[in-house]
Design a protein around this ligand. Structure first.
Ligand code: HEC
Length: 278
């Protein structure tokens, strides 16, 4: 009985708190650490443990992000964030690394080129303050990639990585190599690969590349037949729409034409013979 009462009290108290103030998601500084993995001067891969405090000591700013609010259908979200280019200064990259892989707690795997990080002055948020608490999905935790106001990269899933547990320096060409060979000469398939890389691969891995939050699509659908392709489209729209309970509205990033291009690419990849041609 006592326990029930206590449970009820915390529940009520919790509700009161969230009704009275814009609650602050605990930042990586209080609850989390993350790793930065890179090659040392001898070429060995080493992993450094970083805390939120260490990141914040490089300098933080309180910012908003229209890009984030647009993608999350929210408004007035605020963040404490560190400039990603500032963090990059801490590492001497000597092996042609030109991208950062973002491994996340929930099997999401993001990747950003160093070019994009500099060009759009991307930020790493260590604290997230949403204006409406009830709508926070589980995955929306620091570290979070943010596009600061005033920068306008094209609108895609690529710039929405959250829940980051490891930053790892890599080469883009190496990372995408297993996927590139397969697109072949078809222009539609090549475009499809680009759309897939910018919006889907983070959760739906292909040929061992990418994250595993969602199913492996080429195993789930037989892309050689029309009915299965139609089902793919339907399932996509039934899951990734704007009212998705877990806020995985991916539909906003892709037109029907882009989805068709993705299918063109997946057809090619599904038909890929296991022996490589000369
Ligand atoms: C944030 C992660 C994430 C991203 C990004 C993402 N998906 Fe998904 N997707 C999921 C999850 C989770 C499901 C739920 C079913 C599952 O476990 O696969 C799903 C389901 C689907 C389904 C239905 C599969 C089924 O078994 O019902 C399709 C089709 C699909 N996604 C295609 C795509 C395409 C195409 C893209 C890119 C344009 C994409 N997804 C981007 C996570 C993601």
């Amino acid at each position: 009985m006592k326990q029930i009462f206590y449970g009820l009290a915390t529940l009520l108290f919790g509700v009161l708190i969230s009704a009275c103030s814009a609650p602050e998601k605990r930042g990586v500084g209080e609850q989390r650490i993350f790793r930065v993995t890179h090659a040392d001067s001898a070429g060995r891969m080493i992993s450094e443990i970083w805390t939120g405090e260490k990141l914040e000591a490089l300098g933080t700013q309180e910012i908003s992000s229209e890009y984030f609010d647009r993608a999350m259908h929210s408004n007035g979200s605020r963040f404490s964030a560190t400039a990603f280019p500032r963090l990059l200064k801490e590492f001497a990259l000597k092996r042609g690394e030109d991208a950062v892989l973002l491994n996340c707690f929930d099997d999401y795997q993001g990747i950003l080129s160093l070019d994009d990080i500099y060009r759009y002055d991307l930020r790493l948020a260590s604290r997230i303050k949403l204006s409406s608490w009830s709508s926070k999905p589980d995955w929306l935790n620091p570290l979070l990639i943010l596009v600061p106001d005033g920068k306008r990269p094209s609108f895609q899933e690529r710039f929405m990585t959250a829940n980051i547990r490891e930053l790892k320096f890599v080469r883009l060409n190496d990372y995408y190599a297993p996927l590139k060979k397969i697109a072949g000469n078809s222009l539609a398939a090549q475009e499809g690969l680009e759309v897939f890389k910018n919006n889907c691969l983070f959760c739906h891995s292909l040929k061992g590349v990418g994250g595993n939050k969602g199913v492996r699509l080429i195993e789930a659908y037989g892309f050689s037949n029309d009915a299965e392709r139609g089902k793919f489209m339907m399932d996509f729209k039934n899951f990734h729409h704007k009212n998705n309970v877990d806020k995985q509205d991916v539909e906003q990033f892709v037109t029907d034409e882009k989805l068709e291009q993705i299918i063109d690419y997946l057809i090619v990849i599904a038909e890929e013979p296991t022996v490589t041609k000369p």
